[in-house]
Design a protein around this ligand. Structure first.
Ligand code: PRX
Length: 649
């Protein structure tokens, strides 16, 4: 890591970066406007949200802004009818038909641009194709695709006809795809032969073939030819994308859907081994994503906006597809790895397309630091005017580097805190209104009542650690866990009645700034990817040689958190390095490469409390103990989080 001697700790981080005059002068929201919005949202929340809601196109206006009588099941814009695809496409045709909607670059260097007009046409054709395959309103469709424009087309086509998409990140394994197909009872899978990643083809279709052996609900599979690789096409089940759309009509009026019609399911990890199908609905989600995209990214008509996330995660859903397209923005989409063919790929893309807004993750920023300043310095990054960060706490060191080396000292940084469950950004500076402090997501957005509280729900004194909660419903909040409403209530709403529990630990400083430290549950954040310790444990115990396993995170300079597995072996099995390698591969096979353990340690027994609970805190300490060179900031947070968890008491 680079060393700025001034930075030793987030706890001692006091620097402030007020918005610069030129930025403020052109900002969508300045300090006075932010204040006005925040006050309005507090004094008249329904009036405030109604006014914001009017920024969308509604077929039929709503009767009530919010129905919160059946806590914790909110209904937003009750009685209104709307279509997300219409809002992202049709609405722009008159004024922006020839504006670039998606500017795409494949990893091998091939490129494509789709204007709003062209994207609309592709979506309509594919929506008709879906109908032809028997997909209709309320059906579930799994999308397991590389980062290509067709992925956005598939999502918007589902939205157009009222089918719910369930996008599964292309890095997940066949087993993970099958689990998600089964949980959602998907009727159709959309995939590609493969996608490019670090010069190799990820065999998506082969994974789907294996998944479909165990997914009885799936009747059909649509395959995009992305890489020209040979795949097996099962007659009667598999169809090529290009064959399907060849004859499809480009006329497909958007369905008028209820505001609360489900838009998508997105699986994410929780405290148990089984991923949760987070359900988002149409009106509120679309408002949350488009409004925050306008406010936080200060989006203007001529911006070139690039969010580097994968569409398989919520960041891709909200800030590559729905938010930006709803705002009529030009979105850059890149298929591959940041270091393919060289470590300067991102900077080459920024310079080539004159990207003005860049939204990426701290784990990527830390990798860029490691790769060296010569890579960004070799390119003209002067088009950039705003930088964003998401997915995990950003250490001040990375923040300062991002600010100086990428932003040339002139671009504000928006550190955005949110979750799959919140649908849209919740805590973030508005770049023309709020002074930033490196490492803090600053303050909740107007209308978002996020607070740091103790176990009893009382606000904690400035500087002390507590739990991050949200006290009032917001439009883009998740509505339930698909098929498991009890788990929804228990996970998010049982700690504090009527209050949303985020499972994050945080502290608030004397200026009211929020510093999010990380999860207080058994969720790991590995390179910005969310994983449950139990998911990894249940993968491990499925191995014939494993008797028991306990998995914990440890601070990691590059990945944020690393995965450490403590494993006891079945009698008669000898521990060996080969077995460690085999177990790591086994986890990758079960979940995907994102879950590859950093360390497997064999142990005769696992430490347990008298009631038989594994003493995770103890294991976390052991796992972290080896980390002698750890960044002071992450280690301090680690200690505070340990206190908040109290899971071994
Ligand atoms: O712990 C928080 C962390 O990521 C978690 C949510 O993960 P996921 O649902 O995968 O969504 C990631 C992208 C929105 C949170 O509970 N997290 C996300 N953003 C930040 C963050 N932690 C600190 N600062 C952030 N800006």
């Amino acid at each position: 890591m680079s060393t700025d001697k001034n930075i030793t700790s987030v706890l001692k981080e006091t620097r402030q970066f007020p918005p610069q005059t030129e930025f403020v002068a052109q900002a969508n929201v300045n300090a006075a406007e932010r204040e006005r919005l925040a006050e309005w949202a507090k004094s008249d929340p329904d009036g405030f949200w109604a006014e914001q809601g009017r920024s969308l196109h509604w077929f039929k206006p709503w009767d009530a802004v919010l129905d919160w009588t059946n806590v914790p099941h909110a209904k937003w814009f009750v009685g209104g009818t709307i279509n997300a695809s219409f809002n992202c496409l049709d609405r722009h045709l008159a004024a922006r038909g020839n504006k670039a909607a998606i500017v795409w670059e494949g990893e091998p260097g091939d490129t494509r641009t789709l204007t709003y007009q062209q994207l609309h046409r592709e979506v309509c054709k594919f929506a008709n194709a879906l109908k032809g395959l028997g997909v209709g309103k309320g059906d579930r469709v799994t999308i397991y695709m590389p980062m290509v424009p067709e992925t956005a087309v598939a999502m918007l086509a589902c939205a157009r006809i009222g089918a719910m998409h369930s996008v599964v990140f292309g890095g997940f394994s066949a087993d993970a795809v099958a689990d998600r197909n089964n949980d959602a009872q998907s009727k159709l899978v959309i995939t590609a032969d493969g996608g490019w990643r670090r010069g190799k083809v990820v065999p998506l279709k082969a994974n789907v073939d294996a998944a479909l052996e165990k997914s009885p609900s799936v009747q059909k599979c649509v395959v995009l030819n992305r890489c020209n690789t040979a795949v097996e096409m099962k007659p009667g089940r598999d169809v090529w994308w290009h064959d399907l759309v060849a004859d499809a009509s480009a006329d497909c009026p958007a369905e008028e859907l209820d505001s609360e019609h489900p838009l998508f399911i997105l699986y994410t990890s929780g405290s148990t081994g089984k991923p949760k199908g987070v359900l988002h609905t149409t009106g509120g989600y679309l408002l949350g994503t488009s409004l925050t995209h306008k406010w936080v990214f200060d989006i203007k008509e001529d911006d070139v906006y690039w969010c580097t996330a994968d569409v398989g995660w919520i960041t891709g859903h909200s800030y590559i597809v729905y938010g930006p397209l709803c705002n009529g923005a030009t979105v850059v989409m890149y298929e591959g790895a940041p270091n393919q063919p060289r470590e300067d790929r991102f900077w080459e893309i920024v310079a080539k397309y004159k990207v003005t807004i860049l939204y990426t993750a701290p784990t990527a920023i830390r990798a860029f630091i490691k790769w060296g300043d010569q890579h960004p310095k070799a390119h003209d990054l002067s088009s950039l005017r705003l930088l964003g960060s998401v997915g995990e706490p950003i250490n001040p060191e990375a923040w300062i580097w991002y600010h100086n080396v990428i932003g040339g000292g002139r671009c504000p940084i928006v550190d955005t805190w949110w979750q799959t469950e919140t649908g849209a950004i919740m805590i973030s500076p508005l770049p023309g209104a709020v002074a930033t402090k490196p490492g803090s997501a600053t303050k909740p957005l107007p209308g978002i009542q996020a607070e740091v509280v103790d176990k009893q729900g009382h606000p904690v004194p400035a500087g002390s650690g507590g739990f991050l909660v949200v006290k009032r419903p917001w439009p883009s909040m998740m509505r339930t866990i698909y098929g498991d409403d009890e788990r929804y209530k228990a996970t998010y709403w049982s700690n504090y009645p009527g209050v949303y529990f985020t499972a994050d630990g945080a502290r608030q400083d004397e200026d009211g700034y929020i510093w999010v430290m990380g999860r207080v549950d058994d969720v790991l954040n590995v390179s910005g990817h969310r994983l449950s310790t139990m998911e990894v444990e249940s993968a491990l115990v499925q191995h014939p040689k494993v008797a028991e396993a306990a998995v914990v995170g440890r601070p990691d300079d590059l990945k944020g958190e690393g995965i450490v597995c403590f494993v006891t072996l079945k009698q008669g099995t000898n521990p060996s390095d080969e077995l460690k390698t085999e177990l790591k591969a086994h986890v990758v096979h079960n979940i995907g490469a994102l879950a590859r353990p950093d360390d497997v340690r064999f142990s005769e027994t696992l430490p347990k409390t008298r009631s038989g609970k594994i003493m995770r805190r103890f294991l976390r300490d052991i796992a972290a103990g080896r980390q002698t060179t750890g960044d002071a900031t992450t280690l301090e947070d680690f200690a505070v989080l340990a206190k908040l968890r109290e899971d071994d008491e």
